[in-house]
Ligand binder design. Structure first.
Ligand code: COI
Length: 326
């Protein structure tokens, strides 16, 4: 079995070597994103391993015509695929699972950093402003935290957060029995009206698009803290900026941002970026931005590569792929 890898990174090399040997597959790779211009590289391969990139109808058709049968995305999310087209072409698509501790730990870190105003403290430390004014924080343990989305990552975060002793309200259209040991499921409206911190762990779907917008933000407590390690499209960024300026939102920590494609994971030092929302958010002392790195741990990268290769093998062997999307 031959698998072609797009967006291959040097830090993944040891894992691709290990798992290609273990599963007996031949790997070809490029560091580039898949595009109509470089699809030919995958000629002669049956499987593709990609990360989050635009897999529209045109490029799926092109890969199909080149002989690709299986595509695995080294991600949990799959909103980047035109699934209807994949189905029409008979292409098998799957995602991967990776350690949920990675994103859950990171989201808790962002909560703590926001509660304790760490960005402002560090920025001011770098200019030798050691005064205390404006640096007093709140205690996470005293907060009510709202968790939107209680899949693997949301559930792990809730289990870990229970150690801090904070009260937790959860919302998900598919409630999870285990979560009920730690958090109370409520309707979205109640969660939004009650919590001091909201953390997003929901997928990006048309129904969830701009879940946090002017109307929903307005329902929240004054000074609410927003944490997003899920997908940028869950928040109407312009509405968030308005609500930070008005003081309605007390702090935000965003590992994901609308229109992050083409920016994150590239070194764009010294370049003029065309993302005005990012520039405004970056200027706020109470907003933390990180470049979609919540997943990025040794364990998660190992898991992503392993499951990506394994997924293609399971498809080829006609066995059940637990992460099959279509
Ligand atoms: C996912 O797994 O869906 C992520 O967001 C991380 C990925 C971009 C590497």
């Amino acid at each position: 079995m031959k698998i072609f890898v797009y967006n291959y990174r040097d830090d993944e090399a040891e894992f691709f070597e290990k798992y290609s040997n273990e599963y007996g597959v031949e790997i070809g790779f490029t560091k580039e994103y898949p595009s109509t211009g470089n699809a030919e590289l995958a000629k002669g391969y049956e499987g593709l391993s990609i990360i989050v990139s635009d897999m529209n109808a045109g490029i799926l058709q092109q890969f199909h015509d080149l002989g690709i049968k299986y595509i695995t995305s080294r991600s949990v999310g799959f909103e980047h695929f035109d699934l209807a087209k994949a189905k029409e072409l008979g292409l098998k698509i799957s995602t991967v699972a990776y350690s949920p501790n990675s994103v859950a730990n990171y989201a808790i870190m962002l909560m703590l950093m926001s509660c304790r105003k760490v960005k402002n403290i560090m920025d001011r430390h770098s200019v030798q402003d050691f005064s205390l004014a404006g640096k007093r924080g709140i205690e996470l343990s005293e907060c009510t935290v709202g968790i939107i989305g209680t899949g693997k990552i949301g559930k792990t975060l809730i289990q870990h957060l229970s150690g801090f002793g904070c009260k937790m309200l959860a919302y998900d259209i598919y409630p999870n029995e285990e979560v009920k040991n730690y958090a109370e499921y409520v309707d979205l409206e109640t969660l939004l009206r009650t919590v001091d911190i909201v953390t997003l762990h929901a997928p990006s779907t048309p129904e969830n698009y701009h879940l946090l917008n002017d109307e929903t933000l307005n329902k929240m407590k004054n000074g609410v803290i927003i944490i997003n390690t899920a997908r940028g499209g869950l928040i109407d960024t312009q509405a968030l900026i308005r609500n930070i300026e008005s003081g309605k939102v007390g702090a935000a920590a965003l590992d994901v941002l609308e229109n992050e494609f083409g920016l994150y994971y590239l070194n764009l030092t010294s370049q003029v970026l065309g993302n005005q929302d990012m520039a405004i958010l970056k200027s706020f002392p109470n907003v933390i931005l990180t470049p979609h790195t919540a997943f990025y741990t040794d364990q998660a990268v190992n898991d992503m590569v392993k499951h990506s290769i394994r997924g293609c093998c399971l498809f080829k062997e006609g066995q059940k792929n637990p992460f099959e999307v279509v």
